[in-house]
Write a protein that binds this ligand. Structure first.
Ligand SMILES: C[S@@+](CC[C@H](N)C(=O)[O-])C[C@H]1O[C@@H](n2cnc3c(N)ncnc32)[C@H](O)[C@@H]1O
Length: 218
C-alpha cells in the first residue's frame, strides 16, 4: 500500500458538504479522501466496512472481538481508519468515551507504515480508564496516551508547548460551538505546505465524510 506523498491532493468531496440544518440528519456514504487502488485500504478496513450497512453502526464485537460501549456509523469508522492510516504525524482525539474510536485509530496506526502517537483525551477519569481497558483488551495500547483533561484546556496546553498534530478528531462536543475551536485547533495543525493536516469536526453529525476534509489546512 503506497503512503501519502508530499503534495498529494486530498479529495474533499465539496458537493457532499452539509448545511448546518441537516447535520445529524443526513448521512452521506463513505467516500475516500486519500488515494488507494481498491475499495478498501486493507483487510481491517474491509472488516469495518462489512460490519454494518450504511448508515448503520459498526459492531465492536465483530471488529475487535470484544465489547466496547460506543456508537460509530460505518462511514465514520471507515473515515477514521483511513485518516489514521495515511496521516504522517501525531493524532489528537478529543472525547474517547470507552475507546471505540481510539481503538480504530490505534489499529490504523499499527497497520500503517507511518507510525505516530495518538493522544486521546476525555474529561471523565472513568472513561479514560475504560479507554485504556479497551485498548489493552484489543492489544492496541502501543503508541496511545490517554489524557484525563478538559478538551479546551488541553488544546491550549498543546498550543503553548508547540505540539503539532496532523489529525484532530473532535468528538467531545456535540454543539455548534465548534467554530470557536477551529481557530484554536488550527494553531495545533502542521504548518501549511506539508503533506496533509486534517481537522475533523464532529458536532451533532459525528465524523462526516465531507466534514472531515472541510477543515483541512493546506
Ligand atoms: C460522544 S462521546 C465520544 C465517543 C467516542 N469517540 C467513541 O468513539 O465512542 C463524548 C465524550 O467526550 C467527553 N467530553 C465531553 N465534554 C468534554 C470536554 N469538555 N473535554 C473533554 N472531554 C469531554 C465525554 O466524557 C464523552 O466521553
Amino acid at each position: 500500500m503506497s503512503q501519502l506523498t508530499a503534495g498529494e491532493q486530498l479529495r474533499k468531496h465539496l458537493d457532499t458538504f452539509l448545511a448546518s440544518d441537516v447535520l445529524g440528519k443526513s448521512f452521506p456514504p463513505y467516500q475516500p479522501t486519500f488515494t488507494f487502488s481498491a475499495e478498501y485500504i486493507d483487510e481491517f478496513h474491509m472488516v469495518l466496512g462489512a460490519s454494518a450497512k450504511e448508515p448503520g453502526l459498526v459492531n465492536p464485537k465483530h471488529i475487535f472481538g470484544i465489547l466496547i460501549k460506543g456508537s460509530l456509523r460505518r462511514a465514520d469508522a471507515l473515515k477514521l481508519y483511513e485518516i489514521g492510516y495515511f496521516v504522517n504525524g501525531d493524532i489528537l482525539e478529543l472525547g474517547s468515551y470507552h475507546g471505540l474510536s481510539t481503538c480504530i485509530l490505534s489499529q490504523s496506526n499499527h497497520n500503517s507504515a507511518l507510525e505516530k502517537r495518538i493522544y486521546s483525551l476525555d474529561l471523565n477519569a472513568e472513561n479514560c480508564r475504560k479507554t485504556m481497558e479497551s485498548l489493552h483488551a484489543a492489544k492496541l495500547g502501543r503508541c496511545v496516551e490517554s489524557i484525563c483533561s478538559e478538551a479546551a484546556a488541553a488544546v491550549e496546553r498543546f498550543a503553548t508547548n508547540g505540539q503539532r498534530f496532523q489529525f484532530v478528531f473532535i468528538d467531545h462536543s456535540h454543539t455548534n460551538r465548534f467554530a470557536k475551536f477551529v481557530e484554536c485547533y488550527q494553531q495545533l495543525s502542521v504548518p501549511a505546505g506539508s503533506a496533509s493536516s486534517t481537522i475533523s469536526m464532529i458536532g451533532e453529525m459525528k465524523i462526516q465524510t465531507s466534514l472531515t476534509t472541510a477543515f483541512t489546512v493546506r
